[in-house]
Structures are given as structure tokens and as C-alpha cells.
Design a protein around this ligand. Structure first.
Ligand SMILES: [Zn+2]
Length: 580
């Protein structure tokens, strides 16, 4: 029996990873927020980032301590320093980690009053102001065990012990703690840089950003470091990563509106670990501050020229998906790549697309490589006998793909037909080294796989190449085919791969790779052709999923005189551009 495996389980995984855009709740905000939170260090299933124990923060001017909640920021003190380290308040001992113990004294209504009282604790070199239990206290020492902390507390009247898993410490360059903050994950520590020429710039780790830094100790992502920045300034740092800012200005402006729409629609995508968007291609690639970078001026002016504009459909921000190129073929209907039809994501003409390096491409895999690709997805259908496109979309992308193996079949659809092989796009044809040109009864030349064809041999016998069970063979067949000069392949037999034995010539011990036949070309030369393909060549066009706007297409349209609104309305069917 031939096992027929459908790609149900695998397809579901693809949808979760690549099409989660479809399951986000509908947009409910009428205003574009001024600020946005972008993750810098955090726990990430994409493994492009990880939480940190400590991080260095720098600025050109002073850094200010501030307290934030999800909506407000309150500045509490100027540290007078431009380089600080923020770390988790933990000790590490014998491979174990735990929250430090501090001796807490006093209760103050403001940072300022607490700081003033610090003078009376000058005999303790390691005393610092702490925000604990919703107010300010003086904290003394960082102990890795409660006994040492208790000993000290016993000497001070009214002292208590404080220890928390959500506390962070701010240290100066000498390592001295200058502030301890525990907002118990409802309030957070923020560092705000002094403005330079009206702009906030802050260095988080090794990268400069516009805006501020925020620190959250979240169990599953401890410690998460976030760049809190103005949405429009965030877009400056997106443009230069996702599109060439020196492209025609209308294309760059179209992209600015798309990136803004994406951000607004996807606010809070990473809310479970404390921020809105991550800086990778999971959300939008964000490179931080643009100062002195390639195309800086153009990126900024494209964002400024479209300030506040987003793309809407029936009043809601659209899922403004985009991709690189199609190689000139039309874009794709959303349901032919992902799960659902979306009204504004329809296949449209893309023939004006600018030429690019992925206009056409070629990937080649051996049958063993394909077998291994399937194995990695826990699909085992034995040795690979054929890979066939079952159905194409109107635009020319693979909709259904079938892989035939010695122990079963695997069929997949839509985006999976690309991702399975890691191809640039879903628009491709497949040829193999077992393909031969045949002349059919109407005199038309076409490429077919040799397997399953009726073959007229030199001795006048006609056999059919069959693949049965674990063997490949030639089966005697009726002599009804006249020999022609053009080709030895004369007709196509469709049901090549059947599990039943054909009962033809049983040749012992032969494996697929060993079976070749000599093909006589019209000029008399001879090609050795394998009975079963050993290599598969994917000839394709374009790069990306093919739904929504083509970036190279937008460039082509801008070059032919379209403005950014016309470009957007070309790629997203029936949408409006609204300023909010
Ligand atoms: Zn993300």
C-alpha cells in the first residue's frame, strides 16, 4: 500500500509562524500613539536576542533616572553621569542565582529627600537610594545571605531587610550602586538622555537609539531591555533597514506609510514580554538611530513628509504586507499563500517591477537532499522518486506540490511549497536530470520525466519504465508505437507510481541511482538519463511571499511617475490613506 501523507500538521506550524498576522485582534485605536516600545535584549524564540544580566547605557549628555508605567514617564533625578550600568539585583554563588538582601532604613516622599538623608549614612560606603514598596528608602549593602543582612540590621534602629526578584540596580562607572529600583513589574526604571539639539539619543549596549531605555524583569525574559522611542523616530530606523533610502522618493514615502501602518496595527505584538515590536524581521527590522548612516536625510524626509499617515480599509489599519520582488509576474491573492482571503490583498499587475538580482533564480537539490529536508520535518516517505507541481495559481505560483517516495507521498500547499525547500519564492517550475524532450503525436516537443514513459528500444521492443516498490524496471508493453526519427519517447503514461508490482522484468539488487538508459538524440549523440531523477532544478522568479506591495515594483512605478499614494493604492486593493 502506498501511504498518502498530507501536510496538515506541518502546514499548521507554518501558519502559526508565518501567518500570525491573520489572527491579531482588529485595530481599535483611532489615534497613532506618540511613543512605541521596541525590544533590544529579550527572550526570543527566533534566537536573535536574549535577556541580559546587565547592560551599559551611555549618552552624550547627562542620564536622568525616571519611572515609567505603560503610559507615563516621570523624571526623578539627574544622575549627572553619561555612562551607567543597569543590572539585575542578584548574587551568583555556587552556580546559583538569587536576589540580593539589603538593609532598608527610613521612608521618604521623594528621591530628593532620600538623597539628602543619604549624607547621614556616609559611614556606610555602600548606601544608596532605593525605590521599594512604592516609596523611597535608604538601602545599605548587597548581601548574598540573609544572616549577614540581619547582623547589620540589628545595629540600626527601625531597619528592615529588603529583597526582591524584580529589582534592578543602577551603577556608575566605578561599579558603585547609585540607585535601586523595584517597581514590582507595574512601574519600571527608565533612563532618559539629556536632549542634544532637541533630540534624545541613547546607547544601549553597543548600539545608539533615539529615545530612552527601559528595564523590565519579566520571569520568562529576565532582564528585558527596551528602547522607548517616538513612533516617527522609530520609522527613521526602519526605513534604512527595509528599503534603500536612495530609491526614488515616492517609493520610499510609500514604504514609510507601510511601515507606520504595520507598526500601528501590530502594537503590543510582544506585550507578554513588555514591549510592542521586536527589531528583527519577525516584526520590522529596526537599526536604531540613523545619525550619519547611509541615506539618513532621505529616510527622515520620507517619514516626515508622510507624518501620521496610515493605510486603512473600511477605517481600520491594513495588514500592510510587502516583499521584495515577483520577477515581473502579478502579485498573489492572500489565500494562495496563507490561509484566508483578505479583500485588499488581491493579485495585481507587477509588470513594471524594476530589474533586480532575484528577478530569476535557480536552486538545485539532489534527491537525497530533498529526502533530508523532509526528514527534518519528520516526514519519511522513503527515497524520493519525483517532485511534481500539481497546481499553479493564476498568477503563476505553485499552489499544490506533490512529492512521491518509495514509501508514500507527501503533498503540501501554498507557502509551504516554498518554505519546505527554502526557495526565494513560490513562483517556480521544476526540471530534473531525468527529463527528456519528446515529440508527441501532434508533433509538439515537450519535456517529460523518463519514468513511466513507453520507450522504443533499438531492438524494436517497446517497454515502459516503471517504478514499483523498491525497484525500477522496464516492463514489456504492447508494440503499438511506431519508431520516429525525432525521439525514442513517444507517449506519456500517467500512472507511473503505483504501489502494485507491475510484474515486469525483475532485476535483482538494482537501486534507483543505478538505472540509466541511453537516449539517442536526433543528431545521433547519446545522453545517459537516469530512470528516476537524481537532481531537481527549481527555476524561479522573485523573492518573498508575493502578497501586497513589491518593493522593486514600487521602485518601478515611482520611476514611471507614480506618486506614493498611487503606488499604495495599486498594490492594496480598495484602501484609503488617512492622516491620524
Ligand atoms: Zn517581533
Amino acid at each position: 500500500m502506498v501511504k498518502k501523507l498530507l501536510c496538515g500538521a506541518v502546514a499548521i506550524v507554518f501558519f502559526v509562524v508565518f501567518s500570525s498576522i491573520n489572527i491579531l485582534p482588529a485595530f481599535s485605536q483611532s489615534q497613532i500613539p506618540e511613543w512605541i516600545r521596541i525590544g533590544v535584549f529579550y527572550a526570543d524564540t527566533y534566537k536573535k536576542s536574549s535577556p541580559v544580566d546587565f547592560v551599559k547605557i551611555e549618552a552624550k549628555g547627562s542620564l536622568f533616572l525616571a519611572i515609567s508605567d505603560d503610559k507615563n514617564f516621570i523624571t526623578i533625578s539627574n544622575t549627572q553621569k553619561n555612562s551607567l550600568t543597569v543590572s539585575k539585583d542578584v548574587y551568583k554563588k555556587n552556580g546559583q542565582e538569587g536576589p540580593n538582601y539589603h538593609v532598608a532604613v527610613g521612608r521618604y516622599i521623594s528621591y530628593k529627600t532620600a538623597e539628602n538623608s543619604l549624607k547621614s549614612f556616609s559611614s556606610f560606603k555602600d548606601a544608596f537610594v532605593g525605590f521599594v514598596n512604592g516609596g523611597y528608602s535608604i538601602l545599605i549593602g548587597c548581601f548574598d545571605n540573609i544572616n549577614d543582612a540581619n547582623k547589620l540590621a540589628a545595629k540600626l534602629s527601625g531597619a528592615t531587610i529588603y529583597s526582591s526578584e524584580t529589582m534592578v540596580l543602577v551603577k556608575d562607572e566605578s561599579g558603585k550602586v547609585i540607585f535601586g529600583f523595584d517597581g514590582q513589574n507595574t512601574k519600571f526604571l527608565m533612563l532618559i538622555p539629556q536632549k542634544q539639539n532637541g533630540i534624545e539619543r541613547i546607547k544601549i549596549g553597543s548600539r545608539w537609539f533615539r529615545g530612552r531605555a527601559e528595564f523590565k524583569r519579566i520571569k520568562s525574559s529576565d532582564m528585558t531591555v527596551i528602547n522607548v522611542t517616538r513612533l516617527e523616530e522609530y520609522l527613521y530606523g526602519v526605513i534604512r533597514m527595509e528599503i534603500d533610502p536612495l530609491w526614488p522618493v515616492e517609493a520610499v514615502k510609500a514604504f514609510a506609510v507601510i511601515a507606520r501602518t504595520y507598526a500601528v496595527r501590530n502594537l503590543g505584538r510582544h506585550l507578554s514580554i513588555g514591549f510592542d515590536l521586536c527589531p528583527t524581521d519577525h516584526c520590522q527590522v529596526y537599526g536604531g538611530a540613523v545619525d550619519g548612516t547611509y541615506g539618513e536625510k532621505q529616510a527622515i524626509s520620507a517619514v516626515d513628509a508622510t507624518r501620521g499617515e496610515i493605510i486603512t480599509y473600511k477605517g481600520n489599519p491594513i495588514d500592510a504586507v510587502y516583499f521584495s520582488s515577483t520577477g515581473g509576474i502579478p502579485t498573489e491573492d492572500s489565500e494562495n499563500v496563507w490561509r484566508y482571503p483578505i479583500e485588499y490583498l488581491r493579485s495585481v499587475d507587477n509588470s513594471k517591477e524594476a530589474k533586480n538580482s532575484k528577478s530569476s533564480w535557480l536552486f538545485q537539490f539532489t534527491k537525497d537532499e530533498i529526502k533530508n529536508m523532509l526528514k527534518k520535518k519528520n516526514i519519511d516517505i522513503g527515497d524520493i522518486l519525483d517532485v511534481q507541481v500539481v497546481e499553479y495559481t493564476k498568477a503563476g505560483r505553485v499552489l499544490r506540490l506533490k512529492i512521491i517516495g518509495t514509501q508514500g507521498e507527501y503533498e503540501c500547499q501554498k507557502e509551504a511549497t516554498r518554505l519546505l525547500f527554502g526557495l526565494y519564492s513560490q513562483a517556480y517550475t521544476i526540471t530534473t536530470d531525468a527529463d527528456v524532450a519528446v515529440v508527441d503525436s501532434r508533433g509538439k516537443v515537450k519535456k517529460v520525466r523518463i519514468s513511466g514513459q513507453k520507450i522504443l528500444f533499438e531492438d524494436g521492443s517497446v517497454k515502459r519504465a516503471v517504478v514499483a516498490g523498491q525497484k525500477q524496471n522496464f516492463e514489456e508493453t504492447e508494440k503499438l508505437l511506431p519508431q520516429t526519427a525525432e525521439s525514442v519517447y513517444l507517449s506519456i503514461y500517467d500512472e507511473v507510481y503505483q504501489s502494485e508490482s507491475f510484474g515486469g522484468i525483475e532485476t535483482e539488487g538494482q537501486t534507483y541511482s543505478q538505472q540509466y538508459i541511453d537516449v539517442v538524440n536526433p543528431d545521433g549523440s547519446i545522453d545517459k538519463v537516469p530512470l528516476v531523477p537524481t537532481t531537481y532544478t527549481f527555476n524561479g522568479k522573485g523573492w518573498g511571499h508575493g502578497v501586497g506591495m513589491s518593493q522593486w515594483g514600487a521602485k518601478g512605478l515611482a520611476e514611471s511617475g507614480y506618486n506614493y499614494k498611487q503606488i499604495i493604492k495599486h498594490y492594496y486593493t480598495g484602501v484609503e490613506i488617512e492622516k491620524r
